[in-house]
Design a protein around this ligand. Structure first.
Ligand code: ADP
Ligand code: MN
Length: 517
């Protein structure tokens, strides 16, 4: 039978090529140049669609594919079709949920007992991002135990005397407690205002509800996992892809060829640069697009870098997760700019859009420069690299007022006969409460790498620390050295507490440099 309506499979790719080619949502880089591909047209429509959505969030009843040129090219890019379908589905889900919310409201009215349609929603609360910019990062849930002290039952199991005796099995007390306990179910589980209306739940009912809440929690976790998995497969979520499409559509980027790296916290793509909208800005011929992952879990353990960074302190507590991730991208941009100004070899910032950072590509013809850990250098180059790294660490500290905080052979690239520093979203100023500890860790990595690499002149980690920071810690063993570092950090913190500013000892020549960012 003739498979009518089924698109013919593209011819299998021949010749060697990076593994991403087969998986990449953009497919292999196009060698035949098309002045206006369908992908571009599609993306324009999608961009309009999103714009409509942004402008008209209250009544999103606008038909998405309404206008705009539609060119039926011979070269149909199915990934765009998929993308379009996903966007439409997203729109549909959102409308569906909005309708659900309206009905929920209509049914509930002012009634004290409310019915929740939460479990019927298409967009899982975790995944929705339309309204969360207004939601605070802090958990403001009411704690039923702290607010209005419930009567406690002592160890012996009862209070009162004779006829007035109240045991812990008392129905009313127990019922109220059960109602209050319900608030401890997963946050997304709607329990209604049981406390407010003095609802008393029997143990049996409570246990049934608890079971239900747990299984719901598991169900939604599974759902979430599935979604996460699917985004990992396509590297980025639809919104991010749209953001990237827009960059291509505006002409800023020529094409996005594929994915260079998928890490825990970011996905990096290669792109050919296009034309800048403004005359004064030049887009590099090849770009790297770093997409900070918008799934939070990986970022939780990075709190310590940003929470205590005074540059971001005021903002941190007020932010929601998505904004915090944008802040990582913003931090990387600022730090790269500082480094660029100091003349340290590093990617040059092109543009930052939300959690997507475009910078110059270190490498050539789509091949990224190798990491220092992957390259075999002659002993001469190794020595050269060492001195360069030592120099850069000093520059970073003194001129940029920064500590890399994740410096190792994994975040140094070898390109054009020199070392390039990358991955600076977590970099902090030396006066960060843990800044010197981070520096010491960096020194340990660098020192070990070059000592193992056969550079006889390489300073040990403690010497390197002193050489970079300008301190003169004399401890001759790791433990004492570390203790002195922590003492210095503490001294600085105490000073901040008492005087509201950092100690000047952290910068050898007066105040830290001021950067015009
Ligand atoms: P992560 O936080 O995931 O480690 P990185 O910034 O280190 O993020 O980027 C991951 C990888 O992507 C790097 O190891 C490097 O191979 C590649 N990469 C990142 N930025 C660039 C760039 N500007 N040019 C070339 N390759 C890059
Ligand atoms: Mn890295």
């Amino acid at each position: 039978m003739d498979p009518v309506g089924v698109a013919a499979a593209p011819p299998p790719e021949t010749g060697p090529g990076p593994a991403w080619r087969s998986k990449c949502p953009w497919g292999a880089p196009n060698t035949t140049s098309i002045s206006c591909s369908l992908a571009d047209v599609m993306s324009e429509q999608l961009a309009k669609e999103l714009q409509l959505e942004e402008e008209n969030t209250v009544f999103p009843e606008v038909v998405a594919v309404a206008e705009g040129p539609f060119i039926a090219g011979e070269n149909i890019d199915t990934s765009s079709d998929l993308m379009l379908a996903q966007m439409l589905q997203m729109e549909f889900d959102r409308e569906y949920d909005a309708q659900l919310r309206r009905e929920e409201k209509k049914i509930n009215g002012d009634s004290k007992v409310s019915i929740s349609f939460e479990n019927y929603r298409k967009v899982h609360p975790y995944d929705s991002d339309s309204s969360e910019d207004e939601v605070d990062w802090q958990d403001t849930r009411h704690d039923p135990y702290r607010a209005d002290k419930p009567t406690t039952t002592p160890r012996k199991g009862f209070i009162g005397k004779g006829k007035d005796i109240t045991t812990k099995h008392d129905e009313v007390v127990c019922g109220r407690k059960n109602t209050a306990r319900m608030e401890n179910f997963a946050p997304e589980f709607q329990v209604g205002d049981g406390i407010g209306m003095d609802l008393k739940l029997s143990n049996q009912v409570f246990n049934a509800l608890k079971q239900h809440a747990y299984s719901e929690e598991r169900r939604s976790a599974r759902l979430h996992e599935k979604k996460e998995h699917s985004t990992a497969e396509k590297a980025v979520d639809p919104k991010t892809r749209l953001l990237m499409y827009k960059m291509v559509n505006s002409g800023m980027l020529e094409t996005i060829t594929g994915c260079i790296s998928t890490g825990k916290e970011s996905v990096v793509f290669h792109a050919y640069g296009g034309k800048s909208a403004t005359e004064d800005k030049v887009i590099p011929p090849e770009c790297a697009i770093k997409v900070f992952k918008t799934t939070l879990n990986e970022f939780k353990n990075r709190d310590k870098y940003i929470k205590d960074d005074y540059r971001f302190k005021d903002r941190f507590s007020k932010l929601n997760p998505r904004k915090i991730i944008r802040m990582w991208a913003e931090k990387e941009m600022h730090n790269l700019t500082r480094m660029q100004n100091a003349g340290i070899p590093c990617p040059q910032v092109v543009i930052l859009k939300k959690h997507v950072l475009v910078m110059s590509f270190i490498g050539q013809d789509q091949v990224p420069a190798p990491k220092l850990k992957d390259v075999t250098l002659s002993s001469e180059d190794m020595k050269k690299a060492y001195y360069q790294v030592l120099n850069m660490m000093q520059q970073l500290y003194k001129e940029c007022n920064l500590v890399h905080a994740d410096l190792s052979e994994y975040n140094m690239l070898w390109h054009d006969g020199k070392v390039w520093l990358i991955d600076v979203s977590q970099s902090v100023e030396p006066t960060h409460p843990h800044g010197l500890e981070f520096l010491f860790r960096d020194c340990r990595n660098v020192s070990q790498f070059f000592q193992k690499g056969g550079v006889a002149e390489a300073l040990n980690e403690r010497e390197l620390f002193n050489a970079v920071s300008g301190f003169n810690i004399t401890a001759d063993n790791e433990v004492d050295f570390q203790a002195e570092i922590e003492a210095l950090e503490k001294m600085n913190e105490d000073h901040v507490q008492n005087h509201g500013k950092k100690l000047s000892m952290f910068s050898s020549d007066g105040d830290p440099p001021i950067y015009d960012e």
